[in-house]
Design a protein around this ligand. Structure first.
Ligand SMILES: [Zn+2]
Length: 436
Protein backbone atom coordinates (compact mmCIF):
# COMPACT_ATOMS: atom_id res chain seq x y z
CA UNK A 1 0.00 0.00 0.00
CA UNK A 2 1.05 3.58 -0.60
CA UNK A 3 -0.12 4.89 2.80
CA UNK A 4 -1.06 1.81 4.85
CA UNK A 5 -2.05 3.76 7.99
CA UNK A 6 -4.63 5.72 5.95
CA UNK A 7 -5.77 2.87 3.69
CA UNK A 8 -6.56 0.60 6.65
CA UNK A 9 -7.83 3.27 9.05
CA UNK A 10 -10.96 2.66 11.14
CA UNK A 11 -14.28 4.16 10.01
CA UNK A 12 -14.21 6.52 12.99
CA UNK A 13 -10.79 7.83 12.07
CA UNK A 14 -11.77 8.21 8.41
CA UNK A 15 -14.98 10.11 9.19
CA UNK A 16 -13.09 12.38 11.57
CA UNK A 17 -10.50 13.14 8.88
CA UNK A 18 -13.17 13.66 6.20
CA UNK A 19 -15.17 16.00 8.42
CA UNK A 20 -12.08 18.14 9.13
CA UNK A 21 -11.15 18.33 5.45
CA UNK A 22 -14.78 18.99 4.46
CA UNK A 23 -15.11 21.87 6.92
CA UNK A 24 -11.88 23.44 5.68
CA UNK A 25 -12.93 23.02 2.06
CA UNK A 26 -16.34 24.57 2.75
CA UNK A 27 -14.70 27.60 4.36
CA UNK A 28 -12.34 27.87 1.39
CA UNK A 29 -15.08 27.81 -1.27
CA UNK A 30 -17.39 30.11 0.71
CA UNK A 31 -14.67 32.71 1.19
CA UNK A 32 -13.21 32.58 -2.30
CA UNK A 33 -15.87 31.59 -4.85
CA UNK A 34 -18.85 33.82 -5.60
CA UNK A 35 -20.78 30.86 -7.00
CA UNK A 36 -20.60 28.92 -3.76
CA UNK A 37 -21.26 31.97 -1.63
CA UNK A 38 -24.45 32.74 -3.61
CA UNK A 39 -25.55 29.13 -3.41
CA UNK A 40 -25.08 28.80 0.33
CA UNK A 41 -26.36 32.29 1.19
CA UNK A 42 -29.57 31.43 -0.68
CA UNK A 43 -30.32 28.71 1.88
CA UNK A 44 -28.80 30.55 4.84
CA UNK A 45 -25.91 28.12 5.26
CA UNK A 46 -22.62 29.21 6.82
CA UNK A 47 -19.52 26.97 6.86
CA UNK A 48 -19.51 26.98 10.67
CA UNK A 49 -22.97 25.34 10.65
CA UNK A 50 -21.28 22.05 9.74
CA UNK A 51 -20.18 20.61 13.06
CA UNK A 52 -20.77 16.87 12.76
CA UNK A 53 -20.41 14.30 10.00
CA UNK A 54 -24.18 14.10 9.80
CA UNK A 55 -24.40 17.88 9.19
CA UNK A 56 -22.72 17.39 5.79
CA UNK A 57 -26.05 16.46 4.27
CA UNK A 58 -27.32 20.00 5.00
CA UNK A 59 -24.99 21.32 2.28
CA UNK A 60 -26.74 21.69 -1.11
CA UNK A 61 -25.57 19.51 -4.00
CA UNK A 62 -23.48 21.00 -6.80
CA UNK A 63 -24.48 20.05 -10.36
CA UNK A 64 -22.95 20.35 -13.80
CA UNK A 65 -25.57 23.01 -14.59
CA UNK A 66 -24.25 25.14 -11.72
CA UNK A 67 -20.83 25.05 -13.38
CA UNK A 68 -22.22 25.75 -16.87
CA UNK A 69 -24.23 28.76 -15.68
CA UNK A 70 -21.29 30.10 -13.68
CA UNK A 71 -19.04 29.87 -16.76
CA UNK A 72 -21.60 31.26 -19.18
CA UNK A 73 -22.14 34.31 -17.00
CA UNK A 74 -18.46 34.83 -16.22
CA UNK A 75 -16.44 33.35 -19.07
CA UNK A 76 -14.22 31.52 -19.42
CA UNK A 77 -13.80 29.86 -16.01
CA UNK A 78 -16.83 31.20 -14.14
CA UNK A 79 -17.04 32.48 -10.58
CA UNK A 80 -16.73 28.90 -9.33
CA UNK A 81 -12.95 29.51 -9.27
CA UNK A 82 -11.50 29.81 -5.77
CA UNK A 83 -8.12 31.21 -6.83
CA UNK A 84 -7.11 34.01 -9.24
CA UNK A 85 -6.87 32.70 -12.82
CA UNK A 86 -3.18 33.65 -12.83
CA UNK A 87 -2.50 30.85 -10.35
CA UNK A 88 -3.58 28.24 -12.91
CA UNK A 89 -1.02 26.23 -14.87
CA UNK A 90 -3.19 23.72 -16.76
CA UNK A 91 -6.66 23.65 -18.27
CA UNK A 92 -9.04 20.94 -19.51
CA UNK A 93 -12.67 20.73 -20.47
CA UNK A 94 -15.26 18.00 -20.05
CA UNK A 95 -15.99 15.79 -23.05
CA UNK A 96 -19.28 17.60 -23.72
CA UNK A 97 -21.25 14.43 -24.40
CA UNK A 98 -24.14 15.80 -22.33
CA UNK A 99 -24.10 19.48 -23.29
CA UNK A 100 -21.75 22.44 -23.34
CA UNK A 101 -18.27 21.47 -22.07
CA UNK A 102 -17.22 22.69 -18.63
CA UNK A 103 -13.76 24.24 -18.30
CA UNK A 104 -11.45 23.08 -15.54
CA UNK A 105 -8.34 24.82 -14.19
CA UNK A 106 -5.50 23.52 -11.99
CA UNK A 107 -2.97 25.36 -9.88
CA UNK A 108 0.59 24.01 -9.76
CA UNK A 109 -0.20 22.46 -6.38
CA UNK A 110 -3.40 20.75 -7.55
CA UNK A 111 -1.83 19.36 -10.71
CA UNK A 112 1.64 18.31 -9.57
CA UNK A 113 1.03 17.55 -5.93
CA UNK A 114 -2.60 16.56 -5.26
CA UNK A 115 -3.30 14.91 -8.63
CA UNK A 116 0.00 13.02 -8.61
CA UNK A 117 -0.83 11.76 -5.12
CA UNK A 118 -4.03 10.16 -6.52
CA UNK A 119 -1.98 8.33 -9.13
CA UNK A 120 0.59 7.21 -6.54
CA UNK A 121 -2.13 5.44 -4.52
CA UNK A 122 -3.09 3.43 -7.59
CA UNK A 123 0.25 2.85 -9.25
CA UNK A 124 1.42 1.25 -6.00
CA UNK A 125 -1.41 -1.27 -6.10
CA UNK A 126 -0.45 -2.36 -9.59
CA UNK A 127 3.24 -2.39 -8.61
CA UNK A 128 4.09 0.09 -11.33
CA UNK A 129 7.64 1.32 -10.74
CA UNK A 130 10.74 2.74 -12.39
CA UNK A 131 11.34 -0.46 -14.31
CA UNK A 132 8.06 0.04 -16.19
CA UNK A 133 7.46 1.79 -19.49
CA UNK A 134 3.95 3.18 -19.79
CA UNK A 135 2.26 3.79 -23.15
CA UNK A 136 -0.71 6.18 -23.14
CA UNK A 137 -2.70 5.84 -26.37
CA UNK A 138 -5.04 8.83 -26.35
CA UNK A 139 -5.54 12.18 -28.06
CA UNK A 140 -3.62 14.48 -25.65
CA UNK A 141 -6.20 17.21 -26.18
CA UNK A 142 -8.47 19.27 -23.98
CA UNK A 143 -10.13 16.18 -22.50
CA UNK A 144 -8.27 15.14 -19.34
CA UNK A 145 -8.35 11.37 -20.06
CA UNK A 146 -4.87 10.06 -19.10
CA UNK A 147 -3.09 13.40 -18.67
CA UNK A 148 -3.17 13.00 -14.88
CA UNK A 149 -1.63 9.57 -15.09
CA UNK A 150 0.99 10.93 -17.47
CA UNK A 151 2.06 13.52 -14.87
CA UNK A 152 1.74 11.14 -11.91
CA UNK A 153 3.78 8.36 -13.52
CA UNK A 154 6.55 10.75 -14.58
CA UNK A 155 6.66 12.07 -11.07
CA UNK A 156 7.15 8.50 -9.80
CA UNK A 157 10.04 7.99 -12.17
CA UNK A 158 8.19 5.75 -14.61
CA UNK A 159 9.17 6.16 -18.29
CA UNK A 160 6.17 7.48 -20.22
CA UNK A 161 5.70 7.13 -23.99
CA UNK A 162 3.07 9.61 -25.23
CA UNK A 163 0.78 7.74 -27.62
CA UNK A 164 -1.05 10.75 -29.10
CA UNK A 165 -1.47 11.77 -32.77
CA UNK A 166 -0.92 8.25 -34.13
CA UNK A 167 -3.07 5.77 -35.98
CA UNK A 168 -4.09 2.65 -34.11
CA UNK A 169 -1.66 0.65 -36.26
CA UNK A 170 1.20 3.00 -35.32
CA UNK A 171 0.23 2.68 -31.67
CA UNK A 172 0.50 -1.11 -31.88
CA UNK A 173 3.91 -0.80 -33.57
CA UNK A 174 5.05 1.70 -30.90
CA UNK A 175 3.83 -0.41 -27.98
CA UNK A 176 6.12 -3.17 -29.30
CA UNK A 177 9.03 -0.97 -30.41
CA UNK A 178 9.25 1.00 -27.13
CA UNK A 179 8.83 -2.22 -25.14
CA UNK A 180 5.87 -0.85 -23.17
CA UNK A 181 4.92 -2.87 -20.09
CA UNK A 182 1.85 -0.85 -19.06
CA UNK A 183 -0.93 0.43 -21.34
CA UNK A 184 -3.82 2.66 -20.22
CA UNK A 185 -7.07 3.28 -22.07
CA UNK A 186 -10.85 3.10 -22.15
CA UNK A 187 -12.23 -0.46 -22.39
CA UNK A 188 -13.66 0.35 -25.81
CA UNK A 189 -10.38 1.56 -27.25
CA UNK A 190 -8.25 -1.17 -25.67
CA UNK A 191 -10.56 -3.79 -27.23
CA UNK A 192 -10.31 -1.98 -30.56
CA UNK A 193 -6.49 -1.96 -30.37
CA UNK A 194 -6.66 -5.71 -29.77
CA UNK A 195 -8.70 -6.13 -32.99
CA UNK A 196 -6.31 -3.89 -34.93
CA UNK A 197 -3.31 -5.93 -33.72
CA UNK A 198 -4.99 -9.16 -34.78
CA UNK A 199 -5.72 -7.74 -38.25
CA UNK A 200 -2.05 -6.74 -38.52
CA UNK A 201 -1.02 -10.29 -37.70
CA UNK A 202 0.39 -9.18 -34.33
CA UNK A 203 -0.06 -11.39 -31.26
CA UNK A 204 0.08 -8.94 -28.35
CA UNK A 205 0.38 -11.84 -25.94
CA UNK A 206 3.72 -13.00 -27.35
CA UNK A 207 4.94 -10.03 -29.44
CA UNK A 208 4.61 -7.30 -26.77
CA UNK A 209 5.99 -6.90 -23.25
CA UNK A 210 2.72 -5.51 -21.87
CA UNK A 211 2.04 -6.98 -18.42
CA UNK A 212 -0.67 -4.61 -17.22
CA UNK A 213 -3.65 -2.85 -18.79
CA UNK A 214 -5.39 -0.16 -16.72
CA UNK A 215 -8.87 0.78 -17.88
CA UNK A 216 -11.05 3.79 -17.03
CA UNK A 217 -13.67 6.09 -18.53
CA UNK A 218 -16.47 3.54 -19.00
CA UNK A 219 -17.83 0.50 -17.19
CA UNK A 220 -15.86 -2.38 -18.63
CA UNK A 221 -12.91 -3.69 -16.66
CA UNK A 222 -15.32 -5.07 -14.09
CA UNK A 223 -17.70 -6.60 -16.61
CA UNK A 224 -16.42 -10.20 -16.46
CA UNK A 225 -16.65 -10.97 -20.18
CA UNK A 226 -14.93 -7.71 -21.16
CA UNK A 227 -12.09 -8.23 -18.71
CA UNK A 228 -11.62 -11.78 -19.96
CA UNK A 229 -11.26 -10.61 -23.58
CA UNK A 230 -8.74 -7.91 -22.64
CA UNK A 231 -6.62 -10.26 -20.51
CA UNK A 232 -6.64 -12.95 -23.18
CA UNK A 233 -5.86 -10.61 -26.10
CA UNK A 234 -3.09 -8.72 -24.32
CA UNK A 235 -1.71 -11.57 -22.22
CA UNK A 236 -1.76 -9.07 -19.35
CA UNK A 237 -3.52 -8.39 -16.07
CA UNK A 238 -6.36 -5.91 -16.38
CA UNK A 239 -7.62 -3.57 -13.66
CA UNK A 240 -10.10 -0.74 -13.38
CA UNK A 241 -9.54 2.87 -12.28
CA UNK A 242 -11.85 5.87 -12.20
CA UNK A 243 -11.71 9.63 -12.56
CA UNK A 244 -13.67 12.52 -14.03
CA UNK A 245 -12.72 15.88 -15.52
CA UNK A 246 -14.68 17.77 -12.87
CA UNK A 247 -13.54 15.42 -10.07
CA UNK A 248 -9.88 15.16 -11.05
CA UNK A 249 -7.66 13.48 -11.50
CA UNK A 250 -8.43 9.90 -10.46
CA UNK A 251 -10.44 9.04 -7.39
CA UNK A 252 -10.52 5.25 -7.25
CA UNK A 253 -8.88 1.99 -8.21
CA UNK A 254 -9.39 -1.74 -8.14
CA UNK A 255 -7.11 -3.74 -5.85
CA UNK A 256 -5.50 -7.06 -6.76
CA UNK A 257 -8.44 -8.93 -5.19
CA UNK A 258 -10.79 -7.44 -7.80
CA UNK A 259 -13.55 -6.83 -5.28
CA UNK A 260 -14.79 -3.49 -6.60
CA UNK A 261 -13.31 0.00 -6.93
CA UNK A 262 -11.70 1.42 -3.78
CA UNK A 263 -12.27 5.15 -3.37
CA UNK A 264 -9.40 7.29 -2.06
CA UNK A 265 -11.42 8.39 0.94
CA UNK A 266 -8.62 10.41 2.50
CA UNK A 267 -8.89 12.81 -0.45
CA UNK A 268 -12.53 12.45 -1.54
CA UNK A 269 -15.81 12.08 0.30
CA UNK A 270 -18.20 9.70 -1.49
CA UNK A 271 -21.95 9.58 -0.82
CA UNK A 272 -24.68 7.64 -2.63
CA UNK A 273 -28.12 9.20 -3.09
CA UNK A 274 -31.33 8.38 -4.94
CA UNK A 275 -30.87 9.11 -8.66
CA UNK A 276 -32.50 12.50 -9.24
CA UNK A 277 -33.53 12.50 -5.56
CA UNK A 278 -32.18 13.83 -2.27
CA UNK A 279 -32.28 10.88 0.13
CA UNK A 280 -29.41 8.54 0.86
CA UNK A 281 -29.59 4.92 -0.29
CA UNK A 282 -28.46 2.10 2.02
CA UNK A 283 -24.94 0.67 1.59
CA UNK A 284 -25.09 -2.06 -1.06
CA UNK A 285 -28.03 -0.44 -2.87
CA UNK A 286 -27.71 1.26 -6.23
CA UNK A 287 -27.76 5.03 -6.37
CA UNK A 288 -26.09 8.11 -7.79
CA UNK A 289 -22.52 8.84 -6.73
CA UNK A 290 -22.03 12.22 -5.07
CA UNK A 291 -18.43 13.26 -4.43
CA UNK A 292 -16.58 16.04 -2.65
CA UNK A 293 -13.02 16.82 -3.64
CA UNK A 294 -11.48 17.30 -0.20
CA UNK A 295 -7.97 18.39 -1.18
CA UNK A 296 -7.85 20.47 -4.37
CA UNK A 297 -7.89 24.28 -4.14
CA UNK A 298 -8.61 25.64 -7.64
CA UNK A 299 -12.29 24.73 -8.11
CA UNK A 300 -13.07 21.93 -5.70
CA UNK A 301 -16.56 20.55 -6.15
CA UNK A 302 -18.63 20.10 -3.03
CA UNK A 303 -21.25 17.32 -2.95
CA UNK A 304 -21.11 17.10 -6.74
CA UNK A 305 -23.62 14.87 -8.53
CA UNK A 306 -21.53 12.77 -10.89
CA UNK A 307 -24.51 11.02 -12.60
CA UNK A 308 -22.71 7.68 -12.20
CA UNK A 309 -24.70 4.75 -10.81
CA UNK A 310 -22.86 2.82 -8.13
CA UNK A 311 -23.38 0.57 -5.13
CA UNK A 312 -21.07 1.25 -2.19
CA UNK A 313 -19.83 -1.08 0.53
CA UNK A 314 -17.88 -0.13 3.66
CA UNK A 315 -16.87 -3.68 4.56
CA UNK A 316 -13.16 -4.27 4.93
CA UNK A 317 -11.70 -5.76 1.73
CA UNK A 318 -9.62 -8.95 1.53
CA UNK A 319 -6.64 -6.71 0.70
CA UNK A 320 -6.92 -5.15 4.17
CA UNK A 321 -8.06 -1.74 2.96
CA UNK A 322 -10.99 -0.07 4.67
CA UNK A 323 -11.45 2.49 1.86
CA UNK A 324 -15.09 2.21 0.69
CA UNK A 325 -15.62 0.18 -2.47
CA UNK A 326 -17.99 0.50 -5.42
CA UNK A 327 -19.26 -3.03 -6.10
CA UNK A 328 -18.58 -3.74 -9.77
CA UNK A 329 -17.22 -0.22 -10.38
CA UNK A 330 -19.46 2.23 -12.22
CA UNK A 331 -22.59 0.30 -13.15
CA UNK A 332 -23.78 2.86 -15.68
CA UNK A 333 -24.81 6.48 -16.11
CA UNK A 334 -28.05 7.74 -14.62
CA UNK A 335 -28.79 9.30 -18.04
CA UNK A 336 -27.99 6.11 -19.99
CA UNK A 337 -30.54 3.94 -18.26
CA UNK A 338 -32.96 2.48 -20.79
CA UNK A 339 -36.57 2.08 -19.81
CA UNK A 340 -38.11 -0.52 -22.09
CA UNK A 341 -41.25 -2.58 -21.57
CA UNK A 342 -41.34 -1.48 -17.94
CA UNK A 343 -37.81 -2.77 -17.26
CA UNK A 344 -34.81 -0.60 -16.32
CA UNK A 345 -31.85 -1.77 -18.39
CA UNK A 346 -28.22 -0.69 -18.12
CA UNK A 347 -26.19 -0.92 -21.33
CA UNK A 348 -23.43 -2.60 -19.29
CA UNK A 349 -25.72 -5.59 -18.66
CA UNK A 350 -26.19 -6.06 -22.42
CA UNK A 351 -22.44 -5.58 -22.93
CA UNK A 352 -21.73 -8.48 -20.60
CA UNK A 353 -24.04 -10.77 -22.58
CA UNK A 354 -22.75 -9.77 -26.05
CA UNK A 355 -19.13 -10.16 -25.05
CA UNK A 356 -19.67 -13.60 -23.56
CA UNK A 357 -20.69 -14.95 -27.00
CA UNK A 358 -17.51 -15.84 -28.92
CA UNK A 359 -19.16 -15.82 -32.36
CA UNK A 360 -19.59 -12.03 -32.16
CA UNK A 361 -17.05 -9.18 -32.11
CA UNK A 362 -16.95 -7.01 -28.97
CA UNK A 363 -18.75 -4.11 -30.70
CA UNK A 364 -22.49 -3.69 -30.46
CA UNK A 365 -25.25 -1.10 -30.61
CA UNK A 366 -28.56 -0.94 -28.77
CA UNK A 367 -31.47 0.60 -30.66
CA UNK A 368 -34.25 1.63 -28.31
CA UNK A 369 -37.66 2.08 -29.95
CA UNK A 370 -39.80 5.14 -29.32
CA UNK A 371 -41.85 4.77 -26.16
CA UNK A 372 -45.26 3.29 -26.89
CA UNK A 373 -44.26 1.89 -30.30
CA UNK A 374 -44.70 -1.81 -31.01
CA UNK A 375 -41.10 -2.22 -32.22
CA UNK A 376 -38.71 -4.38 -30.27
CA UNK A 377 -35.47 -3.28 -28.67
CA UNK A 378 -32.73 -4.29 -31.13
CA UNK A 379 -29.15 -5.30 -30.41
CA UNK A 380 -26.87 -4.93 -33.43
CA UNK A 381 -23.83 -7.21 -33.43
CA UNK A 382 -21.08 -8.23 -35.85
CA UNK A 383 -19.68 -11.71 -36.50
CA UNK A 384 -16.24 -12.10 -34.88
CA UNK A 385 -14.70 -13.13 -38.23
CA UNK A 386 -15.49 -14.47 -41.72
CA UNK A 387 -15.00 -17.97 -40.33
CA UNK A 388 -18.21 -18.00 -38.31
CA UNK A 389 -20.60 -20.35 -40.15
CA UNK A 390 -24.27 -19.48 -40.77
CA UNK A 391 -25.15 -22.31 -38.41
CA UNK A 392 -22.81 -20.92 -35.71
CA UNK A 393 -24.31 -17.46 -36.20
CA UNK A 394 -27.85 -18.79 -35.85
CA UNK A 395 -26.97 -20.56 -32.64
CA UNK A 396 -25.21 -17.46 -31.26
CA UNK A 397 -28.29 -15.31 -31.96
CA UNK A 398 -30.41 -17.81 -30.04
CA UNK A 399 -27.86 -17.77 -27.18
CA UNK A 400 -27.95 -13.97 -26.85
CA UNK A 401 -31.75 -13.86 -26.94
CA UNK A 402 -32.07 -16.49 -24.25
CA UNK A 403 -29.40 -14.99 -21.97
CA UNK A 404 -30.89 -11.49 -22.26
CA UNK A 405 -34.33 -12.92 -21.49
CA UNK A 406 -32.97 -14.80 -18.49
CA UNK A 407 -30.74 -12.04 -17.04
CA UNK A 408 -32.54 -8.86 -18.04
CA UNK A 409 -36.12 -10.00 -18.54
CA UNK A 410 -36.80 -8.85 -22.11
CA UNK A 411 -36.58 -10.54 -25.51
CA UNK A 412 -34.60 -8.39 -27.94
CA UNK A 413 -34.36 -8.46 -31.72
CA UNK A 414 -30.82 -9.35 -32.86
CA UNK A 415 -29.56 -7.73 -36.05
CA UNK A 416 -26.33 -8.86 -37.71
CA UNK A 417 -24.19 -6.04 -39.11
CA UNK A 418 -21.27 -6.36 -41.54
CA UNK A 419 -17.88 -7.06 -39.93
CA UNK A 420 -16.27 -3.74 -38.97
CA UNK A 421 -19.36 -1.66 -39.78
CA UNK A 422 -20.37 -0.68 -36.23
CA UNK A 423 -18.65 2.52 -35.02
CA UNK A 424 -15.39 2.28 -33.08
CA UNK A 425 -14.45 4.82 -30.42
CA UNK A 426 -11.17 6.14 -29.02
CA UNK A 427 -12.61 7.53 -25.81
CA UNK A 428 -16.11 7.08 -24.48
CA UNK A 429 -18.38 4.92 -26.63
CA UNK A 430 -21.99 5.87 -27.41
CA UNK A 431 -23.65 2.58 -28.14
CA UNK A 432 -27.26 3.38 -27.30
CA UNK A 433 -29.44 4.90 -30.02
CA UNK A 434 -32.86 6.16 -29.01
CA UNK A 435 -35.46 6.44 -31.77
CA UNK A 436 -37.38 9.72 -31.66
ZN1 LIG B 1 -9.22 -4.41 -1.82
Amino acid sequence: MYRPEIETASRDFMQHLQLELFRNQLKHVYNNSMMYRRKYDAVGLKPEDIKTFDDIKKVPFTTKDDLRISQEENPPFGDVLCVPREEGVRVFQTSGTTGKPVKVLFTFRDWFSVGCEHVAYQANVFEINKSDIAFLPFGYGLFIAWWGWHAGLERMGVTVVPGGAQSSQDRIRNIIAWEATVVLGTPTYILHLGDVARDMGVNLNSDSRVRLVVLAGEPGAQIPSTRAIVEETWGAKCYDAIGASEMPVSFGFECLHKKGTHLIESMFLPEVVEPDGEGYVEPGEQGELVMTNLCMETMPLIRYRLRDLVSLTYEKCECGRTFARMNGGVLGRVDDMINYAGVNIYPSAIENVVRSVKAFSSEFQIVVPKQGSSEKLTIKVEPASENVSPHGLGKAIQDIKETVKLNIGITPEIEISKIGSLPRYELKARRTIRKE
